[in-house]
Design a binder for this molecule. Structure first.
Ligand SMILES: N[C@@H](CCC(=O)N[C@@H](CS)C(=O)NCC(=O)O)C(=O)O
Length: 215
């Protein structure tokens, strides 16, 4: 099994931390984004979006981090990140859909515009886009804030795919122009993710983000 990743990228970390949580050992293929590795003819055959992560397990080739993580759980025995019974599984899938469509859609755009662009010299922040997605976050953030009022994990009382998915923009959280004081439960959730050893093990050295990691 081969896993194609960009070092330190939020969606790559979402999958790599799940790989480590499950104790899997796929061959890791690091894509150097600055060398154009995601845009080669060979890579685009696997992932026509030119994005990472991508998983290749013999004839099964998958992109979209949540689909990859679901596949990894479904093909692993004795795992607890994705419940096997229908209601529990659907509850996790609900949060995976929600983070992609709403919560991290908003935070991902804000992180790119307001944090990544100035930090990595990727052009000027588009404030109108930041304002639009801040309003989106202010609509959906309170849903998670309330959900976390009386619970530690997103689903049940242990880590699931939902925690790794919801938390995957952790590296940008503190620097994002969000009124975090309004969201103390979400801030505590990010702190818990930071303390998760599988998640923490995927953190990249700042100067190696997007490049192949040193061995
Ligand atoms: N929805 C996709 C998003 C994939 C994505 O945006 N990957 C980023 C890294 S986090 C990427 O490959 N960026 C390279 C680029 O934009 O060229 C997923 O969940 O896998």
């Amino acid at each position: 099994m081969k896993l194609y990743l960009i070092n330190g990228s939020p969606n790559g970390r979402k999958v790599l931390s799940v790989v480590r949580h499950l104790g899997l050992t796929p061959e890791l293929i690091w894509l150097d984004i600055f060398a154009g590795d995601t845009q080669t003819e060979e890579y685009l055959k696997l992932n026509p979006n030119g994005l990472s992560p991508t998983l290749a397990d013999n004839e099964v080739v998958l992109w979209e981090s949540n689909a990859i993580n679901t596949y990894l759980c479904e093909t692993t025995t004795n795992q607890s990140l994705l419940p096997v019974h229908a209601a529990g599984k659907a509850e996790v899938l609900k949060w995976l859909c929600w983070e992609l469509a709403h919560f991290n859609k908003a935070l991902g755009v804000i992180a790119f515009q307001a944090v990544a662009k100035p930090s990595f010299g990727l052009g000027e922040t588009n404030q109108a886009i930041v304002d639009f997605y801040t309003e989106e976050f202010n609509r959906y953030g309170p849903v998670l804030e309330k959900h976390l009022e009386d619970r530690e994990f997103i689903v049940g009382d242990d880590w699931t795919l939902a925690d790794y998915a919801l938390g995957h923009v952790e590296m940008f959280q503190a620097a994002m122009p969000i009124e975090w004081e309004r969201f103390p439960n979400i801030v505590r959730f990010y702190d818990r993710i930071r303390g998760n050893t599988h998640w923490a093990s995927t953190q990249a050295a700042p100067d190696s983000i997007g490049r192949k990691p040193a061995d």
